[in-house]
Ligand binder design. Sequence first.
Ligand code: SAH
Length: 223
Amino acid sequence: MDRLKREGLGMTSQRTRNRLIQRLREEGISNEAVLDVMASTPRHLFLDEALAIRAYEDTSLPIGYGQTISQPYIVARMTELLLSRAKSLHRVLEVGTGSGYQAAILARLVDRLYSVERIGPLLEKARQRFRELGLYNVETSISSGGFGWPEKGPYDAILAAAAPASVPSDLKEQLGPDGVLVIPVGNERQFLTIITRRGDSQQFDVERLEPVHFVPLLGGVVR
Ligand code: SAH
């Protein structure tokens, strides 16, 4: 890819990106690995050109098909939670590839990332971005219509970027021993939730954290 496009200018320059990182620190993000990866991942490449100048504002933005790229703070927060809770990070699943931004962050922090998306055209664009950025440890798939990607599991950790009304048992079942699921849960009021499998048992611990706003987790596939 064009070096200038990747490095950005003005509103997409490294200086603008560093201001966002400073803001994330002020908001309580403290994992240096997460902050480093976010500082060096060009979020503007995950947006349409008209919105690229807003890429380093701490806000979610439209990516088409009624979906949004997640707010940088929530990407950082969920990634930090996943890193601090998971016992290993060999195989990690993301549900809801969207623009591919959250996946690009995770891919640089885990061994192998699997990511599923139910909207075909969004997934196509995200795949192209992974290629352009040389992220070769990401494997993607169009959703099967169910939840997650059981064929590639079990996973050490799962991050869901869309909110179900209640935690789908399919996702819990795809967790390996001590596996951790970070997921927004709820209809009108959603809460960031952490589900942890107890060893290799069928028991799960549930922790409800702060309120959040995500697009809904939906069944079915859009081609
Ligand atoms: N991680 C994305 C966030 C995109 S918004 C990013 O950083 O840009 C959430 C995405 O989840 C949307 O693209 C939506 O289409 C997708 N989604 C919703 N339900 C899904 C399901 N059951 N399986 C896979 N993807 C789903």
